[in-house]
Design a protein around this ligand. Structure first.
Ligand code: NDP
Length: 236
């Protein structure tokens, strides 16, 4: 486990954290001494972590979850925007409903969570936002995922805008652009291992370590950055 400074006692919120990458991020933050809330459509149940129900597409649900975190744990210093869906659909078969739903979860969900978290971060003069983008948001995706790719490009760019606007308030905002991390989301993509230069999928724990670093005291001079974590799958 990566041990970093600056997370002890700080309150973190991780969205979409019942399983996969979100779960590993929440556990890594907790192991570094953060007081962690994990939110998801169904409240996650992880040891030593506050589990809350939250649909990130619903402003009232987001507000209620943050209010519960503030009540139970205190002011939020670290927000990890991780909740996401990955619908595979050929472009011409993509319905407007699927397009809108994908942008709603992956992009608007991130907007709503950041909007809810930022005022308190600004008041305390400190905050760390990490959004989980995707290599698909840079390169369009290895499958037919136009809506997903567009949503992740939007999320990564929104994060840069936050970085620009809030740097003077002690708040950093960075994105990750992962590819092929071994979770349920990519269970149908085993054929792609042969295209990963390091020869294997990434692990959720490797993503958790990188998020901890970006959320730590060591990373105060890093903001507006998109960090690849992809085993060389996309070198750009
Ligand atoms: P998972 O599908 O395992 O986890 C996604 C989580 O998000 C699920 O727990 C899901 O809940 C939750 N979620 C979905 N919709 C909502 C919503 N409206 N409100 C709250 N939570 C929601 O995926 P991964 O762990 O693999 O992915 C995590 C993030 O990393 C995603 O944003 C994904 O796009 C990104 N990513 C993943 C890559 C990979 O290779 N795995 C590569 C690049 C990016 P439920 O289980 O109830 O559906």
């Amino acid at each position: 486990m990566l041990q970093v400074d600056g997370l002890e006692g700080r309150v973190s919120v991780v969205t979409g954290a019942s399983r996969g990458i979100g779960r590993a991020i929440a556990v890594a933050l907790r192991e570094n001494g953060s007081r962690v809330a994990a939110v998801d459509l169904e409240a996650p149940a992880h040891d030593g972590i506050l589990g809350l129900t939250c649909d990130v597409t619903d402003p009232d649900s987001v507000d209620a979850a943050f209010a519960a975190v503030e009540r139970e744990l205190g002011t939020v210093s670290v927000l990890v925007v991780n909740a996401g869906i990955y619908p595979i659909s050929p472009f011409e078969e993509t319905s407007v409903e699927l397009w809108r739903r994908t942008l709603d979860v992956n992009l608007t969900g991130g907007f709503l969570c950041c909007k809810r978290a930022l005022p308190a971060m600004r008041s305390q003069g400190y905050g760390r936002i990490v959004t989980i983008g995707s290599s698909a948001g840079k390169a369009g995706g290895a499958r037919s995922v136009a809506a997903y790719a567009a949503s992740k490009a939007g999320l990564m760019t929104m994060t840069k805008s936050i970085a620009n606007e809030y740097a003077a308030h002690g708040i950093t905002a960075n994105s990750l652009a992962p590819a092929l991390i071994d979770t349920e989301m990519i269970s149908g993509m085993k054929d792609l291992v042969s295209r990963i230069p390091v020869g294997r999928f990434g692990t959720p724990e490797e993503v958790g370590a990188l998020v901890c670093f970006l959320a730590s005291a060591h990373a105060g001079y890093i903001t507006g950055e998109v960090t690849d974590i992809n085993g060389g799958f996309l070198v750009d």
